[in-house]
Design a protein around this ligand. Structure first.
Ligand SMILES: Cc1cc2nc3c(=O)[nH]c(=O)nc-3n(C[C@H](O)[C@H](O)[C@H](O)COP(=O)(O)O)c2cc1C
Length: 187
């Protein structure tokens, strides 16, 4: 069984996290969650949900709990996903600030050479955002911008978010059954 960390920060797109958790529900994966204060606000605003409303998460850890298991490399998590990831959290991770548990857990993943996916979301990007993405990528993070696709012909927002959540899952080696894959067309 894989053990992964899901961090939800205060960027628009908490629906992606909701769909990600749903995708993992029937897989052999244990999800441990962390949500930032802004993440809680946006989750409530956009989805009318509290973290407890995401049933696929085995355990939630407080954002200031720097003694939580994922604050140490000895805890052996397989991967971490920040979904969605704000520019603030990106900046903290890119610069190794470790101010809260999300930043620290991400720093641990990088030092332990474990997959860390940052589903960054902002538009447009300024120079700092772009530089921080490059710095985080060079430190080992996977920058997976929250950019939904249209080629799978989504019929609604859930479809769109589910497809992107599946792409994020694939980045940490989780194959989602039933997710449409591009098989090519004759043009
Ligand atoms: C409704 C709402 C949507 C937001 N969307 C974004 C966003 O898409 N990207 C971003 O970087 N910040 C966004 N913010 C701002 C962040 O929530 C804010 O910078 C916060 O301090 C980030 O803290 P965190 O990284 O600890 O979650 C949004 C805020 C609100 C209230």
């Amino acid at each position: 069984m894989k053990k992964i960390i899901l961090a939800i920060t205060g960027a628009s797109g908490s629906l992606y996290a909701v769909e990600f958790v749903k995708l993992l529900e029937n897989m052999d994966v244990e999800v441990h969650g962390i949500v930032s204060r802004a993440g809680e606000k946006v989750l409530s605003l956009e989805q009318r949900l509290t973290p407890a409303g995401l049933p696929g998460v085995r355990k939630w850890y407080g954002i200031d709990n720097l003694a939580a298991p994922m604050a140490s490399g000895s805890a052996r998590y397989d991967a971490m996903v920040v979904l969605p990831c704000t520019m603030g959290t990106l900046a903290a991770i890119a610069n190794g600030l470790s101010i809260n548990l999300i930043h620290r857990a991400a720093d641990v993943m990088l030092k332990e050479r474990k997959p860390l996916v940052l589903a960054v979301r902002e538009t447009p990007f300024n120079r700092n955002h772009l530089q921080n993405m490059l710095a985080a990528s060079e430190a080992g993070a996977i920058i997976c911008p929250a950019m939904p696709a249209f080629y799978h012909l989504p019929e609604n927002l859930t479809d769109m978010a589910r497809h992107f959540a599946g792409r994020v899952a694939a980045q940490i080696g989780l194959r989602v059954a039933g997710l449409k894959e591009w098989s090519g067309i004759d043009v």
